[in-house]
Design a protein around this ligand. Structure first.
Ligand SMILES: Nc1ncnc2c1ncn2[C@@H]1O[C@H](COP(=O)(O)OP(=O)(O)O)[C@@H](O)[C@H]1O
Ligand SMILES: O=P(O)(O)OC[C@H]1O[C@](O)(COP(=O)(O)O)[C@@H](O)[C@@H]1O
Ligand SMILES: [Mg+2]
Length: 555
């Protein structure tokens, strides 16, 4: 039985919501006769017979497409790029209606919500976008924009129809539990969605474990705890099995919380879902304390990690100050990006030297680290060094037997630079300089990421989670919810996974650090000229947008 309702019979607010011309009428389709056996599942993800929006003709036509379970389809969706006057570019995110025609939509239930209905203009205008760069010149082109996140006037899921799942992958990060909590509560309290499941233990949990029931009662207090109540893992990623599991369980909204590796995985999952023609929204929430995800202002949990790192730096300073020629050495996380070390150093003001993966350094000779340590000790009697775990790895490889080991996700396993440099400093001063020093090495690595998120990260996590929920309900898919210039946006996966965010050492922020520590830049003009990749973009973090101008040069 099909119902076709003309727009005039809908509440008037719907007509104001820039309904695309292709959706000139709303089609409420209901069918009662078609059945799908396990082997002939409805490729749109509905295993029940009575899910609106899944017409018999289209489902049976699409059944053929489902016969191949291969996740290696060459059909990768093209980026959705829209251009406008003045050099305006919108890097848009996919929508379920891009590949599923005649989807039904409904008025957003938030219009009747006691909290939100009083907000003037609560719904985001369909044309709202956020610029990637806010510092422009008079004649600059308008540049790249992302779709603004937030609740839309119409949604593409009926609340009763939604079956959501949440998964957390990769390393821990403060705030994971808050994001889980706010997705569950957002779905329940804003949209009346009751079916939410947690995937146990990362991606492999989709096919290797049972799911965990989630509701507001279960998640009520979890934001006060570190870690993730769902568990996490690296590796174990089989796209076909994951999408089979999504389809078998009848899941139609997938919330994936994780770092760069996870978002790469999410992008492949989205492509496979699209290839199978399923009505399943895939929403990513970027997670990493390393802050190595590009485009976004910063990742959640980063502030908490920097705050926690202060405790280790303070301890190192107290220890170093208390003895003659005291050196406090602190190793912080940061595999490829030194943001935590840089911000912890800038925040502390007690640090004399910060070493990060992006800034190569050398130990001996004029302008080297050992010479600087000696001068600081002679001048001050003590010093504090902060080193990111990924710093100086090329020096370690030279002096240790190279073992290119990787973790289950394919990330390079690093050698312990903290122990190595501690030994190097001790050997240099005792053997070559015959100068007694007292070195205390503090390794708080896991302590800074296992803590619960602080107040500001909790609010940030809430906004990211709610944005993801609004986006999925509005039918967007293949997107990551992220903060761009202080506004919540939907960013296409291809932009999130194309490269890693790194500290740009020719940028103002690194200059601020150098001027705060007084350390040598270890800058070698020849090496820097060769390092073209680093010159293009300014460091993306807390720089109030002013770092997007020309990168200044130092030395
Ligand atoms: N290039 C990739 N393509 C698809 N999936 C990936 C890729 N890299 C990592 N993954 C998957 O994402 C998950 C987490 O990745 P990992 O690198 O460990 O953490 P993070 O997401 O925090 O960077 C793992 O289960 C892994 O299998
Ligand atoms: O020991 P583990 O769990 O693999 O985690 C160590 C890694 O996790 C991180 O904190 C973050 O990495 P991800 O963002 O990839 O999870 C790195 O800085 C660190 O090298
Ligand atoms: Mg990673």
């Amino acid at each position: 039985m099909d119902f076709v309702i003309a727009p005039s019979s809908f509440p008037s607010f719907l007509n104001r919501d820039n309904i695309p011309s292709s959706a000139g009428i709303f089609t409420l389709t209901r069918f009662s006769t078609v059945t799908f056996s396990y082997d002939h599942r409805c490729p749109r993800g509905c295993r029940s017979r009575r899910i609106p929006g899944c017409s018999r003709i289209k489902c049976s036509r699409r059944r053929d497409m489902d016969s191949s379970k291969s996740a290696t389809s060459p059909e990768i969706s093209k980026p959705k790029i829209l251009t406008g006057p003045g050099g305006y570019v919108l890097e848009d995110v996919p929508h379920l209606s891009d590949y599923i025609p005649d989807l039904t939509c409904h008025p957003n239930p938030l219009q009747d919500h006691p909290a939100y209905s009083v907000v003037k203009q609560y719904f985001v205008h369909v044309d709202d976008t956020v610029p990637q760069k806010v510092v422009v010149h008079k004649d600059s082109p308008r540049g790249i924009h992302f779709r603004r996140a937030g609740a839309r006037q119409r949604v593409y899921f009926d609340s009763d129809e939604v079956h959501a799942c949440i998964v957390t992958c990769g390393g821990l990060c403060p705030g994971l539990n808050t994001v889980i909590r706010e997705i569950v509560c957002g779905l329940y309290h804003m949209y009346g969605v009751k079916k939410v499941e947690g995937i146990d233990g990362g991606y492999r949990g989709f096919y290797a474990k049972n799911t965990v029931h989630l509701d507001p009662k279960v998640v009520n207090d979890i934001h006060k705890r570190g870690g993730t109540i769902l568990g996490t893992s690296r590796g174990g990623h089989d796209t076909s099995k994951i999408v089979d599991s999504i389809q078998d369980r009848g899941i139609n909204q997938v919330y994936i919380i994780g770092g760069d590796g996870t978002q790469r995985g999410a992008s492949v999952i989205f492509e496979e879902i699209r290839r199978r023609g399923l009505k399943v929204s895939v929403a990513g929430i970027p997670k990493t304390i390393d802050n190595d995800i590009p485009v976004i202002d910063k990742s959640f949990g980063f502030d908490t990690a920097v705050e926690e790192a202060q405790r280790a730096i303070n301890a190192a300073h107290v220890e170093a100050e208390s003895i003659d020629n005291g050196i406090g050495l602190v190793k912080l996380m940061g595999r490829y990006s030194g943001f935590i070390a840089m911000y912890a150093t800038l925040a502390s003001r007690d640090v004399d030297c910060c070493l990060i993966p992006e800034s190569p350094f050398y130990l001996e000779g004029p302008g080297g680290l050992f010479e600087y340590i000696e001068s600081r000790l002679k001048e001050n009697g003590h010093m504090v060094i902060v080193i990111a775990e990924g710093a100086g790895q090329e020096l370690l490889s030279e002096s240790m037997q190279s073992m290119a080991q990787k973790d289950a996700s394919g990330n390079k396993l690093l050698k312990d630079v903290g122990l190595w440099i501690s030994q190097g400093i001790k050997d240099y001063f005792s053997k070559q300089r015959k100068m007694p020093i007292n070195l205390k090495y503090i390794d708080p690595t896991y302590m800074i990421r296992a803590v619960p998120s602080n107040a500001s990260d909790n609010v940030y996590c809430t906004l990211l989670a709610q944005s993801a929920v609004h986006g999925a309900m509005a039918g967007y898919t293949g997107f990551t919810s992220g903060l761009v210039n202080g506004r919540q946006t939907y960013i296409p996966f291809n932009r999130i996974i194309e490269k890693q965010n790194k500290v740009v050492i020719t940028d103002r922020m690194w200059a601020r650090l150098l001027s705060s520590t007084n350390q040598p830049s270890f800058w070698n003009p020849k090496v820097s000229m060769e390092d073209k990749g680093n010159e293009e973009e300014a460091t993306e973090l807390l720089d109030n947008g002013i770092c997007g101008e020309e990168s200044p040069r130092f030395n």
